[in-house]
Write a protein that binds this ligand. Structure first.
Ligand code: ADP
Length: 190
């Protein structure tokens, strides 16, 4: 099984590259942001709870995220593996994921981190906001908050995987195809 953590700040291109990785390696996409937006669209309690955090660009509490991920993993049968996109976003989530993987007798193959500098991220998110319909993509202060939250709370997750010898950084600026080629080289060594 191939279980990949695709890591990077908001706007790094995780969603775009996830689609390409899934098409080639037939993995199950587990994007916590997409799952929350689905709940929001369906008007579930979880969606309502997540909304107030997402609207402010803050992180949804760990126990809520972890419960949702556990549910998705335990209800997915017959897969080649998972691509985790936007998760884990805190060290507590990374630890919970390791426990969950252990319980299911599977493990994380590695983390691929997309590296993009802050100025480019902001431009990309604003550009996406014109068509994504996401309110958190259309407001400069929300974009700033998300990047700050990433630096404060999410970046330590990279160190967590680095300590396990599972961290690879890739340049996230270039053509979509070029970046995907670099990603494939990493995955093919997992
Ligand atoms: P982006 O990577 O562009 O910020 P996402 O779709 O991954 O977008 O996430 C959107 C929002 O959903 C986040 O700002 C946050 O409020 C919430 N969210 C998504 N994943 C997580 C997570 N793993 N932990 C906590 N909150 C999350």
């Amino acid at each position: 099984m191939l279980n990949i953590v695709l890591f990077g700040p908001p706007g790094a291109g995780k969603g775009t590259q996830s689609e390409k990785i899934i098409a080639k390696y037939h993995l199950t996409h587990l994007s916590t942001g997409d799952l929350f937006r689905k709940h929001l669209g369906e008007g579930t309690d979880l969606g309502r709870l997540a909304k107030k955090y997402m609207d402010e660009g803050r992180l949804v509490p760990d126990e809520v995220v972890i419960g949702m991920v556990e549910d998705k993993i335990t209800h997915t049968k017959d897969t080649n593996g998972f691509i985790f996109d936007g998760f884990p976003r805190t060290v507590a989530q990374a630890e919970a994921l390791d426990r969950l993987m252990g319980k299911n007798n599977i493990k994380i193959s590695g983390m691929i981190a997309l590296d993009v500098k802050e100025e480019i991220l902001k431009e990309r998110i604003r550009e996406r906001g014109k068509t994504s319909g996401r309110s958190d993509d259309q407001d400069d202060s929300k974009i700033e908050t998300r990047i700050r939250v990433y630096l404060d709370e999410t970046l330590p997750v990279a160190t967590y995987y680095e300590k396990q010898g599972k961290f690879t950084k890739i340049n996230g600026v270039g053509t979509i195809e070029g970046i995907f080629e670099d990603i494939q080289k990493v995955i093919d060594k997992f």
